[in-house]
Design a protein around this ligand. Structure first.
Ligand code: 5AD
Ligand code: SF4
Length: 479
C-alpha cells in the first residue's frame, strides 16, 4: 500500500486530514457530512464509498465541520503517530460537539476496528464506530445514534468488496482516480496491523472494476490507479456471459485484469499499487511492457535488505529473490521506475543488516522510497514474539542514513530526464503557484511547467525538462 501519511510529502501531504467534498446532485435532505481521511490511498478510496452511501441518503458534503450534522474521520493505524494525529483531531471535534450536542461524530477505518468499543467508552464524544467492511450499515447506524444510542459495527467480512457501489470522487481533479480491486491482506508481515484491521484478502469482480474504469473514462478521466494491499495476488473466479448467452467459467489474475483495463482506451493511463516481491510475476511485467498506457512504474516495497530480517518480518522472500525480481523488471521494462517502502530499526536488526538495506538501495537505485522507523503495533506478530530492542536514537540515525541515500538517488534518477522530452498528463495547476501546471510522466515523476496557452488539465503534452530538484522535474511545453 502506498501510505500517504509520512510520505510523498510534497505532493500528498495536503490530503491528510483535508476536508473531502463533492458537488451534490439533485435531491438533498439538508443534512451535511464532513469527512476527512488519514493514511493510505485505500482509505481515501473508502471515504469515497462512504460519501456515496450517504449521498444516496440525501446528504451533501461540506468542507467546514462547524456547519456539519455528521463528522466522520477515516482513520489509520499503521504507525503510532498516525493514531496520535487522529486523537488530536478528535479532541477538536469534541470542542465543537460541546457547542452543538446534536453533532454526530464517527470514527471509521482501521482505528475503529483496532480499538472497537474503547472509543465509545473512553472518548465520550464519539457516537459511532464503523470498521472498513461495515460501511453499508452507516445509514442504519446513524438512525440508531439519532434515537439516542451509541452505534458500533466493526465486523470484518470475507466477501464485502463494495463492488456494486460506484464511488463519488472526493476533491477530484476530474483527471485521475483510484479504483479498489481488492480488500484486506493475507500476508501477515510481522510488523503490520493491516491483516487485523482490514481482514482477509478478497478480490473484486472484474466486471465491476471494468465498468467503473469505463465509466470514469467516459466522464473524461485519463488515469486510474488500481488499488490493493497486494495487487499481485488478485484472483477472481466466476462466470462470464458469452455472446450465445452461455456462461463460461473464468479465472482472472492480475496480469489479465491489467490488460483488460488497458484495452479500454490507449488514452487512459493505468497505474497500480502495491506490488509484493513474492508474488509479482513475469506475466505482469510483460503485460506492462506490452501496453504503452500501463505506466512504467512499480511500487515494490523491500522493507529490509537483510534476508534474516526479512524472515523475521515474515516477508517470505530473501534478498536474492528480491534482487532477482528487480533484475527481471530491468530486463523486461528497461525504463521502469521502482519505488519502495523501507523500515529502519526492526527488532534485532544489526548494524551490518542495516548496511545491507543501504546496499540493496544502491543496487536497485530507487526512484523514490517511503521510509519509516519501526514502531511496534499492538497485536501484530512482532509485538507478540519479538522485542522492540533497537534504541530510538539508533532507529533515528539509521532512518536518516536511509533518507540521505534516497535523496541522493532520487536526484540522480530525476537528473536522467534533464535535457530530454517527456510525455505527461496535465493534472491541473501546481500547488505552489497557479501560474504553473503540473502532471506526472510515465515513471510517476512530478513535472512542473509554466502554464501555456492552449494547454489544459486532462491533456497529454510533451515537456522538455530543463532542470530538477530531488522531487520534481521542471520544464517547458514543446509541440
Ligand atoms: N512500523 C514502521 N513501518 C511500518 N509499516 C507498516 N507497519 C509498520 C510499522 N509497524 C510501513 C511498511 C509498509 C508501509 C505502508 O508502512 O513499510 O509497507
Ligand atoms: Fe501489511 Fe504486509 Fe499486507 Fe502490506 S503485505 S498490508 S505490509 S501485511
Amino acid at each position: 500500500m502506498i501510505d500517504l501519511e509520512l510520505t510523498d510529502k510534497k505532493h500528498d501531504e495536503a490530503r491528510q486530514g483535508e476536508a473531502l467534498v463533492v458537488d451534490a446532485p439533485l435531491v438533498r435532505n439538508g443534512r451535511k457530512l464532513y469527512i476527512e481521511s488519514y493514511g493510505c490511498q485505500m482509505n481515501f478510496a473508502d471515504s469515497e464509498i462512504v460519501a456515496s452511501i450517504l449521498l444516496d441518503q440525501g446528504f451533501e458534503t461540506t468542507g467546514d465541520y462547524k456547519e456539519a450534522d455528521v463528522v466522520f474521520i477515516n482513520t489509520c493505524s499503521i504507525r503510532e503517530n498516525a493514531e496520535q494525529r487522529v486523537r488530536n483531531r478528535l479532541s477538536q471535534f469534541g470542542a465543537e460537539k460541546r457547542k452543538n450536542p446534536k453533532l454526530i461524530v464517527g470514527v471509521l477505518g482501521c482505528m475503529a476496528e483496532r480499538l472497537k468499543s474503547k472509543f465509545l467508552e473512553e472518548e465520550k464524544l464519539v457516537d459511532v464506530v464503523v470498521g472498513p467492511d461495515a460501511y453499508r450499515e452507516l445509514p442504519q447506524l446513524l438512525n440508531e445514534v439519532e434515537s439516542g444510542q451509541k452505534a458500533i459495527n466493526v465486523l470484518l467480512s470475507r466477501e464485502e468488496t463494495y463492488a456494486d457501489i460506484n464511488p463519488v470522487r472526493l476533491n477530484g481533479n476530474g483527471i485521475t482516480a483510484f479504483i479498489s480491486i481488492m480488500r484486506g491482506c493475507d500476508n501477515m508481515c510481522s510488523f503490520c496491523v493491516v491483516p487485523f484491521t482490514r481482514g482477509r484478502e478478497r478480490s473484486r469482480d472484474p466486471h465491476s472494476i471494468l465498468a467503473e474504469a469505463q465509466d470514469l473514462f467516459n466522464k473524461g478521466y485519463k488515469e486510474i490507479t488500481l488499488l490493493g494491499q497486494n495487487v499481485d495476488s488478485y484472483k477472481w473466479k466466476g462466470t462470464d456471459t458469452q455472446e450465445n448467452n452461455e456462461n463460461l467459467a473464468i479465472e482472472v489474475n492480475f496480469a489479465q485484469l491489467l490488460e483488460k483495463v488497458a484495452l479500454i482506451s490507449p488514452e487512459l493511463r493505468i497505474r497500480f499499487s502495491t506490488s509484493h516481491p513474492k508474488d509479482i510475476t513475469d506475466e505482469v511485467l510483460y503485460t506492462i511492457a506490452k501496453y504503452d498506457n500501463i505506466c512504467n512504474y512499480i511500487h515494490l516495497p523491500v522493507q529490509s535488505g537483510s534476508t534474516r530480517v526479512l524472515e523475521l518480518m515474515n516477508r517470505t522472500y530473501t534478498r536474492e529473490w528480491y534482487i532477482n525480481r528487480v533484475d527481471a523488471i530491468k530486463r523486461i521494462i528497461p525504463d521502469c521506475a521502482i519505488s519502495s517502502d523501507i523500515i529502519a530499526g526492526f527488532c534485532t536488526e544489526t548494524e551490518e543488516e542495516h548496511q545491507e538495506t543501504l546496499s540493496i538501495m544502491d543496487y536497485v537505485g530507487y526512484d523514490f522510497a517511503f521510509t519509516f522507523s519501526y514502531s511496534e503495533r499492538p497485536g501484530t506478530l512482532a509485538a507478540r514474539k519479538l522485542e522492540d530492542d533497537i534504541p530510538e536514537e539508533v532507529k533515528k540515525r539509521r532512518l536518516a542514513e536511509i533518507l540521505a541515500k534516497q535523496q541522493e538517488t532520487s536526484l540522480f534518477r530525476l537528473q536522467q530526464f534533464v535535457g530530454k522530452t517527456v510525455r505527461i498528463l496535465v493534472e491541473g495547476t501546481s500547488k505552489k503557484s497557479d501560474k504553473d501546471f503540473c502532471g506526472r510522466n510515465d515513471q510517476n515523476a512530478m513535472v512542473v511547467f509554466p502554464a501555456t496557452e492552449g494547454v489544459k488539465a486532462g491533456q497529454y503534452v510533451n515537456v522538455h525538462i530543463d532542470r530538477c530538484t530531488s522531487a520534481t522535474l521542471l520544464g517547458t511545453v514543446v509541440n
